[in-house]
Design a protein around this ligand. Structure first.
Ligand code: SF4
Length: 388
């Protein structure tokens, strides 16, 4: 390839990455405006010690987080709800979310983790309800516990194993028409009627149950979600008011960029090479990082002259979400933009850090397999009798 062709290649590549960064920023700004969400930072979060996710900008927006920060400052009870559907092993995107849940627990939260094997089955992410339950107990739950959660403040349940959740869901679903649920969640008449009950009943029950008397009573609850899941929170806020509960707050999680680049926007369990799984061997994780999409240029000299684009770089995502603190992340981002950082250096640091992290996680996972019962909810829900 001649020099002018190479320059053109680099310019096109850079222009594509700049467009991607702008599209991501515009999409976030437009959805924040549409959903009435507020920006979140260490300066406005109301906490003397903001969580790592807030400091790094991984949680750039919120709804009503002030309720939660007030409870933290005044040492009053509050809770986090962070559900997961069991379809396979957790990946780094899940770990980033649960690491923030852990930071919130250290600030005082009771953390509720509904594991929705019914959702995995209904949405064809698992071949059967039983298989999804097996994945929950043999993979997902021990992986979460392995992160260091406190059993006294962590409340896990698997939907089909905890029938009380369906009884509470029936009371909630009574507040909707099927048309309403379809309008909010956008499914067609071709799907099972169970979709409507799951979305308009079970999901709402997950979000509202920490406020039932059995689990601590009325109090602020925050749900960390991707921005596309905002409708769940919006609807749950409406139901909460009807049941005289506190409308849940919301923390918006910016997804980790996919290792495979912008065609797969976020790390996803559906595409093996977009993500690093907790079950990957360190060697296989290192291989994925070596070929991961970056915000750099195909030609090093061009990158040194023009800088890279860390905001769309999956390797920077691995470093920022998992291995660096907020100051270190900012420093690498700045060096990248100024053309001082090489992608090779980032890939080496990410490979070394993730290999060590996986080894540590896999060891903790084996210990967690013996402690699952300490984390499972055993209290049935009976207080629904008091709801109209
Ligand atoms: Fe990403 Fe690092 Fe390359 Fe910048 S230098 S684009 S942060 S891998």
């Amino acid at each position: 390839m001649c020099a002018s062709d190479l320059t053109k290649l680099c310019e096109d590549d850079r222009s594509e990455k700049l467009s991607l960064r702008k599209a991501n920023e515009d999409n976030l700004a437009a959805k924040m405006k549409e959903f009435g969400l507020e920006p979140l930072s260490k300066d406005n979060c109301g906490l003397a010690n903001a969580t790592p996710g807030i400091l790094k900008g991984i949680f750039p927006a919120h709804k009503d987080f002030g309720n939660v920060s007030e409870s933290i400052r005044e040492n009053k009870p509050w809770a986090v709800v962070s559900g997961i559907n069991p379809s396979g092993p957790l990946h780094l995107g899940h770990l980033a979310l649960f690491r923030e849940n852990l930071a919130l627990q250290k600030l005082g939260a009771d953390v509720f983790i509904p594991v929705s094997n019914d959702e995995s089955f209904l949405f064809d992410k698992a071949p059967s309800l039983e298989k999804a339950e097996e994945i929950a107990f043999k993979s997902v739950i021990p992986s979460v516990i392995a992160m260091g959660f406190n059993p006294a403040k962590t409340h896990i349940f698997v939907d089909s194993d905890f029938p009380s959740i369906y009884t509470f869901a029936i009371h909630i679903a009574k507040h909707f028409t099927l048309n309403h649920v379809k309008g909010v969640f956008g499914f067609t008449d071709e799907v099972s009627p169970a979709y409507g009950f799951y979305m308009g009943g079970v999901q709402m029950a997950h979000i509202l149950m920490p406020q039932l008397p059995e689990f601590g009573g009325v109090r602020p609850v925050v749900v960390p979600v991707g921005i596309d899941q905002h409708p769940y929170i919006q609807v749950s806020r409406r139901v909460a008011r009807k049941l005289n509960l506190t409308p849940p707050s919301e923390l918006i999680l910016k997804f980790m960029p996919s290792l495979a680049g912008p065609e797969h926007v976020k790390m996803s369990a559906s595409y093996q090479n977009t993500a690093i799984y907790v079950t990957d061997t360190p060697d296989s994780a290192v291989k994925k990082i070596k070929t991961a999409y970056t915000g750099g240029s195909p030609v090093l000299k061009y990158q040194q002259e023009n800088g890279g684009i860390p905001e769309v770089c999956s390797v920077f995502g691995v470093l920022q979400y998992h291995l660096l603190d907020a100051d270190e992340s900012s420093s690498i981002a700045l060096r990248c933009k100024e053309g001082l950082q090489k992608c090779k250096e980032c890939k080496e640091a990410a490979s070394e850090g993730i290999a060590a992290m996986l080894q540590e996680h896999q060891k903790a996972f084996n210990e967690a397999l013996n402690n699952i019962e300490d984390f499972m909810i055993k209290t049935p829900i009976k207080s629904f009798r008091f709801f109209k």
